[in-house]
Design a binder for this molecule. Structure first.
Ligand SMILES: *Cc1c(COP(=O)(O)O)cnc(C)c1O
Ligand SMILES: [Zn+2]
Length: 430
């Protein structure tokens, strides 16, 4: 089957359309943009069969867990595709973490198993491919860490210059290390993520640098593949729930957009409910959702889950639209809930960074509240690798996070002992 689906950009606010010829991140009205396709000549069954035929490809672009779904990602000449065979991440039985949340059928999709250790690689392969399509030589992003790690890697792979804006104060060490190692020009600014996000948009417009934050509509297209891959792993059987952390709100917007497209094409007939989980100290969407108030940015967002420490999320409109479509919900969780859930994800042998564990903490909270039923099937998305933020792990297990009001409830303290057999015997008998 040769497919060439007509594709264009459309404003989320006013529906004005633009072709793909020119670089655009916003509509003239200021609204953000979606990639849209005309599906009138697309056969969903054929598309699904094509994707099945590519499963397990050993090389080439279809060995990527994003480009496997190329027709709904970016149907572009292969020579532009910048890939690290991202995706193809495991879908685990949640083990002990399932007992912790109280759901029988609980699975964890580990996006921390991507090439740079977070789901950002799925959006980045598409964003940097678009950069190449537009002949860009330099790419930029504002980042709490993972976007910059991913961008620096993909830029290095294709010889572009990566320019990174990170907020002052603590950025998780694993992420900063990657940005520097991959050769990112790393600019730490006096301000938080939201300030960095504003600055990078001005910089890109003025200096002709291609912006690859999730305001970039092609980033969202790549990230849709998380949902596609979950469904393909489940033989296209749709779970009752998919639970996902929310920061800048691009990832959940991508998830629901992709599901909606599969539904429109008849590839799935059931719509899973999506739950977006925010950290209590950075929860503008949750506040809006629960209080039924207009969107209002959070001034000084704060959380140990630095990947979602964002007060003014770029994609809140897309996020709401998706949640309304799938009868979704929004919840927020405390610092203690995040870190305790993380202790269980880690102790189950799977492991993930703090922000990821909002999926697990949020599932538990929604089960306790009776929103998610114990007999329903739930897929939690783990967004980043356990090694991204070693300080959070060690701080919790040494019970040294008191200054953040976090207790090491399930801590596993290292023990200092004499170098004698007696001392070892004593330690092991405890
Ligand atoms: C970026 C990120 C998130 C938040 O995703 P958004 O698209 O910004 O909502 C969550 N967890 C991790 C590990 C991330 O890197
Ligand atoms: Zn518009």
């Amino acid at each position: 089957m040769s497919l060439s689906i007509p594709t264009y950009l459309e404003c989320v606010s006013c529906a004005k359309q633009y072709d793909l010829k020119d670089i655009r991140y916003n509509c003239e009205c200021g609204g953000i943009l979606d990639v849209k396709r005309d599906f009138s000549n697309v056969n969903g069954e054929e598309l699904k069969a094509l994707w099945e035929s590519r499963w397990g490809a050993k090389s080439g672009i279809y060995s990527s867990g994003v480009w496997r779904y190329k027709e709904l990602i970016l149907d572009i000449d292969e020579k532009f595709v910048v890939t690290r065979q991202e995706g193809n991440t495991r879908l685990y039985d949640a083990g002990k973490a399932a007992d912790y949340v109280g759901v029988n059928n609980f699975m964890l999709k580990h996006e921390g198993e991507n090439p740079t250790g977070s789901f950002k690689d799925r959006g980045m392969t598409c964003g940097v491919t678009a950069a190449k399509m537009y002949n860009a030589t330099s790419v930029a992003c504002a980042s709490t860490g993972n976007t910059s790690a991913s961008m620096a890697s993909y830029a290095a792979v294709c010889g572009m210059k990566p320019v990174i804006f990170i907020p002052e104060g603590k950025i998780a060490y694993g992420k900063l290390a990657q940005a520097l190692a991959f050769g990112g020009v790393t600019l730490q600014i006096a301000g938080n993520f939201d300030d960095a996000m504003e600055l990078v948009q001005d910089v890109c417009n003025e200096l002709n640098i291609y912006l690859v934050n999730s305001i970039n509509p092609f980033r969202i297209e790549g990230q849709k593949a998380i949902g596609f891959e979950i469904l393909q792993q489940l033989e296209w059987n749709v779970p009752d729930w998919i639970v996902i952390p929310g920061g800048n709100l691009g990832n959940n917007s991508a998830l629901t957009k992709g599901l909606q497209e599969l539904h429109e094409l008849g590839i799935i007939n059931k719509i899973p409910r999506v739950a977006v989980i925010q950290a209590e100290g950075s929860a503008p969407l949750s506040k809006m959702w629960k209080n039924k108030t207009p969107f209002e940015a959070v001034k000084d967002p704060d959380t140990i889950a630095t990947a979602i420490k964002i007060g003014n999320p770029v994609s809140w409109e897309k996020s709401l639209r998706g949640l309304e479509w799938c009868n979704g919900v929004v919840e927020d969780v405390t610092e203690q809930e995040i870190m305790d859930a993380k202790a269980w994800v880690d102790a189950s042998g799977i492991g993930a960074e703090p922000a990821s564990c909002c999926s697990v903490a949020g599932t538990k909270k929604l089960v306790d509240a009776g929103v998610i039923k114990p007999e329903e099937s739930v897929v939690g998305i783990l967004t980043g690798n356990v090694l991204k933020d070693p300080d959070a792990v060690i701080g919790y297990h040494k019970d040294e996070l008191g200054h953040m009001n976090i207790k090491g409830t399930y801590s596993n303290k290292p023990q200092l002992i004499e170098a004698t057999l007696e001392a070892v015997k004593k330690a092991l008998s405890k």
